[in-house]
Design a protein around this ligand. Structure first.
Ligand code: TMP
Length: 209
């Protein structure tokens, strides 16, 4: 794998999409070959799966169906887009990846973490992020930004979202060199500055190492 793989993670309303979008525009201006994706999504098949997963009418979906669909969407985007682009030397930036499943289905729904990692290995073909930016925001603050038409996951209770955040913090503790906590600043540009520092460090290490 010649490229670098950077993922963004965060609870609901953490400003992930804004911050990842700002980073992508910055890297493009700097002439870095970059590809931006979101999960679930990023391919025609994965976007169809996303619709099923987030449709609030699918309330009766079982936890294992939910887990399998997130993994199915991931397997497709890895095979069709992420792996080929990393092989070509592209910097791939993905809004969410396997850590989301560990946090939301593992810690949030209580599904077995070993099973998730085992299935995750199949879906990702063993590809792991070089850097994960976790945008941390108190759950109550983040949920204030919930959409008017909440999706199936967003509308889960506060206690669920608290478990998800605690799950992310556990991942941060176990993998501190990859999984970096970035606390949201008042100013978007100040948060972005912290993210760019982490990314520059990663990409410079690539050039010198
Ligand atoms: P988004 O709102 O960041 O686009 O993500 C879609 C929703 O899907 C969000 O509520 C988090 C949830 N999700 C999981 O529960 N498990 C996963 O593996 C992923 C990728 C997302």
């Amino acid at each position: 794998m010649k490229g670098k793989f950077i993922t963004f993670e965060g609870s609901e309303g953490s400003g992930k999409s804004t911050q990842s979008g700002l980073l992508v525009r910055y890297l493009k201006r700097e002439g870095v070959p970059v590809l931006f994706l979101r999960e679930p999504g990023g391919t025609a098949i994965s976007e169809k799966i996303r619709k099923i997963l987030l449709d609030h009418k699918n309330d009766s979906m079982s936890a294992s169906c939910e887990l399998l669909l997130y993994m199915a969407s991931r397997a497709q985007v890895v095979a069709e887009v992420i792996k080929p682009h990393l092989s070509n030397g592209t910097v791939v930036i993905c809004d969410r990846f396997l850590d989301s499943t560990i946090a939301y289905q593992g810690y949030g729904l209580g599904m077995d973490l070993k099973l998730i990692r085992y299935m995750g290995n199949l879906a990702t073909q063993g590809i792991q992020p070089d850097l994960t930016v976790f945008l941390d925001v108190p759950v109550k603050d983040g949920l204030k930004h919930r959409h008017l038409h909440e999706d199936r996951i967003e509308k889960r209770p506060l206690s669920y979202h608290e478990r998800v955040r605690r799950g992310y913090l556990r991942i941060a503790k176990s993998e501190p060199s990859r999984f970096k906590i970035v606390r949201l600043e008042e100013e978007k540009s100040a948060t972005q500055k912290k993210i760019r520092e982490l990314v520059t460090k990663l990409l410079t290490a690539q050039c010198t190492g």
